[in-house]
Write a protein that binds this ligand. Structure first.
Ligand SMILES: Nc1ncnc2c1ncn2[C@@H]1O[C@H](COP(=O)(O)OP(=O)(O)OP(=O)(O)O)[C@@H](O)[C@H]1O
Length: 269
């Protein structure tokens, strides 16, 4: 599998104080049974930026992203070692309250997965479970998050309508609004637009670009144009390694490694 030299992996980290780090992994490994899938990834994600994770199919992008808020806990054979530092907390520590932690580090999946409930209740459901019961408070958060997700104007007169009656692109923006309702710091997005048509994709991309004012976004994408359009930083994954990481513009115009160059110019995928 390793056509490229992975021993020369040089991962840039941010040493200047102006780069505030929202999340970082150190020597992160993920195993499925005996198989090592993520092989010691050390990356830092800057606050209020969009970082994209690109790389060929099977390189471990989703596995890595899922580790960042412990989604791999739900896979019995998966084991994660190394640290995932969020503020002073190691997300990977067994003492972490995973449910609480996911309020800070939320996730949006590839396929829109709204609940079979009204648009309003898709957002209000988790809020009620976390103790927000007053209608006025719920109304305010529903409106705010739908605005942030760029969906408010389209649905404000039909909040009691079933979420399942929305288009795929609208459903995905509703899932983004739902994730925002718990006021996360960081939003992990796994191929958030790959199941959408080009127009919906463009609306979701605009939404993500708006969101970075208030959130740190980490986005796995197959779509290199998308990474180039929306992200500030790009990490190139290959066979479980993060081979190259840097400013998106630099990665797409002057990558340091042959592997990155070959991938972005379409030689493999
Ligand atoms: N639950 C699992 N159990 C065992 N192996 C898994 C599991 N999930 C993923 N894998 C394996 O881990 C490898 C990496 O998968 P992953 O989905 O992280 O890659 P990816 O880079 O996101 O790929 P794609 O772009 O195709 O989604 C694959 O070989 C896959 O078969």
């Amino acid at each position: 599998m390793q056509k490229y030299d992975v021993t020369k992996t040089a991962i840039k980290t941010f040493s200047q104080p102006e780069h505030e780090i929202a999340l970082q992994t150190n020597d992160l490994h993920v195993y499925y049974g005996d198989h090592e899938q993520i092989k010691g990834v050390a990356l830092q994600f800057e606050r209020y930026k969009i970082s994209a994770i690109i790389g060929p199919s099977g390189s471990g992008k989703s596995t890595y992203l899922r580790a960042l808020n412990r989604m791999n806990d739900e896979i019995q054979s998966a084991k994660v070692t190394g640290s995932i530092m969020y503020r002073d907390l190691d997300v990977n520590s067994p003492q972490v309250d995973v449910y609480e932690m996911r309020k800070h580090i939320g996730m949006v999946f590839q396929r829109p997965n709204p609940f079979a409930k009204s648009i309003y209740d898709n957002i209000a459901f988790a809020l009620r479970r976390h103790g927000t019961k007053k209608k006025a408070a719920l109304d305010e958060i529903v409106e705010k998050t739908l605005q942030q997700a760029g969906l408010w104007k389209e649905v404000k007169d039909s909040l009691s309508k079933s979420a399942l009656a929305l288009s795929g692109g609208q459903q995905q923006r509703l899932c983004i609004a739902r994730a925002l309702a718990l006021k996360p710091d960081i939003l992990l997005l796994d191929e958030p637009a790959s199941a959408l048509d080009p127009i919906s994709t463009s609306v979701v991309e605009d939404t993500l670009t708006q969101l970075k004012k208030d959130y740190t976004l980490i986005v796995v994408t197959h779509n290199m144009q998308q990474a180039a359009r929306i992200s500030d930083y790009t990490a190139f994954f290959y066979d479980g390694y993060a081979l190259e990481y840097g400013a998106t513009n630099q990665i797409f115009t002057q990558p340091e490694l042959k592997a990155t160059n070959d991938y972005i110019s379409g030689h493999f995928g």
